[in-house]
Design a protein around this ligand. Structure first.
Ligand code: ADP
Length: 391
């Protein structure tokens, strides 16, 4: 029998966590009242452990032990445990943003606040002045996710929205290249960085901070730390929309990110081939798991118009993403042709929407931007906004 199919219960999680003792107090973390915002959904478990600020860094081992204990329970698929200190902004900031993967009030300690969109909670407000945070995701690399993310952000800006773009692809940041940015961000106080601004869009990427060819080896918590820093320690200001270029794939790293970022919704980029569409389906399932609405699917490299004869060919097939969207019951947001101009402009740091705003390609991206914006507005009207303050 497959144990992973069993549903883990709150009592089981609490019992497991009651085995985790803080040696300094000689008591377990549940009895100490340190447990906050425990949530469970489909085997994904999230909680935070509130500790004394000064001890934060020393308690990483305790946090890991708590995760391991819960992970060992039958039916648990993922565990996200984070340390928080009582006073944010002090010497020991949260080790990682407390976040929960799923709805449901926490049974342990005073549940600090209500559920967010789809019931998600954020124990700390990240990006409080951003109206909509939208992930651009893909089941695999190389389908043009970053190209679409950048041009979508520019198209949203062209539609009159204050827009930012956050490169969450920590492993392969492409924003510096796609926006042609090579200077590092400035910080007046050494803590808060100013986002870089290009073509009227605010941008932040780990690639702005690290030399291009520096090999990056990230452990999970470091990824989360970097991502969180790019949300919390960047002066994004008030934005109508922040486009988040997610790392490709639908593994644990992506799932955790989807949980941690207070997303209003996601769009999935796919090429028309079956193989890419299988991955797109996985993407949809991943966002469903963490209750992030999928605003729709975009078909990239949809058709090729020969620059010489004007004939249309379907190099990767055509219409597969539309059919896939229909089959999965999510909106189809539009298709972007395979075109040399799109490749050359995005690789040269001069995205087509910015430099040829009157082109057919730009019109294509703007139509998609309008559809995405409508979905985002609809989603927030339906659920009362993407974020929640709980402290
Ligand atoms: P991903 O983020 O999915 O890995 P990228 O956005 O980096 O993919 O795109 C991969 C390559 O494909 C880049 O060289 C990019 O310029 C090119 N590309 C993306 N979309 C198109 C398109 N519609 N037409 C032509 N080239 C494209």
């Amino acid at each position: 029998m497959d144990e992973r199919r069993l549903q883990v219960t709150e009592d089981q999680v609490l019992a497991a966590l009651a085995e985790v003792r803080d040696p300094d107090h000689g008591e377990n973390i549940v009895a100490l009242g340190w447990l906050r915002g425990l949530v469970l959904r489909d085997g994904n478990v999230g909680f935070s452990i509130e500790v004394e600020a000064a001890r934060g860094p020393a308690l990483e081992g305790l946090r890991r032990e708590a995760e391991d204990k819960v992970m060992a329970l039958p039916g648990v698929v993922s565990v996200t445990a984070v340390l928080t200190a009582e006073r944010p902004g002090g010497a020991s900031q949260p080790q990682a943003a407390p976040q929960s993967p799923a709805p449901g009030p926490g049974p342990a300690g005073p549940a600090p606040g209500g559920p967010g969109p789809g019931g998600r909670q954020h124990a700390q407000t990240l990006l409080p002045d951003v109206t909509h945070i939208i992930a651009v995701a893909s089941g695999k690399g190389g389908v043009g996710k970053s190209t679409v993310a950048v041009n979508l952000a520019l198209a949203l800006a062209a539609e009159g929205h204050d827009t930012g773009i956050l490169d969450a692809d920590i492993y392969g940041p492409s924003l510096p290249r796609m926006l042609g940015i090579s200077s590092p961000p400035q910080s007046a106080d050494g803590k808060i960085m100013e986002p870089l601004e290009k073509y009227g869009v605010k941008a932040m990427s780990i690639g702005f901070l690290i030399e291009e060819n520096t090999p990056m080896i990230w452990r999970g918590p470091m990824v989360m730390g970097a991502l969180e820093q790019m949300m919390r320690d960047v002066n994004w200001g008030a934005l109508d929309v922040l486009v988040v270029d997610m790392p490709p794939g639908t593994g644990d790293a992506q799932l955790t990110m989807a949980q941690r970022v207070p997303l209003a919704g996601a769009v999935i980029v796919s090429t028309p081939q079956d193989i890419a569409l299988i991955d797109a389906r996985r993407g949809l399932a991943m966002f469903n798991k963490v209750n992030v609405p999928v605003f729709g699917i975009i078909e990239n490299m949809s058709r090729f118009i020969c620059p010489h004869c004007g004939g249309e060919s379907h190099i990767f097939g055509h219409g597969g993403a539309r059919d896939c969207a229909a089959e999965l019951g999510v909106p189809f947001l539009g298709e972007i042709p395979l075109d040399i101009e799109i490749r050359e402009t995005s690789d040269a740091g001069t995205p087509v929407v910015a430099i040829s705003p009157e082109s057919d390609h730009a019109a294509c991206f703007r139509a998609i931007a309008r559809a995405v914006w409508e979905r985002a507005e609809g989603a927030s009207a339906g659920r009362g906004g993407p974020k929640i303050v709980v402290e």
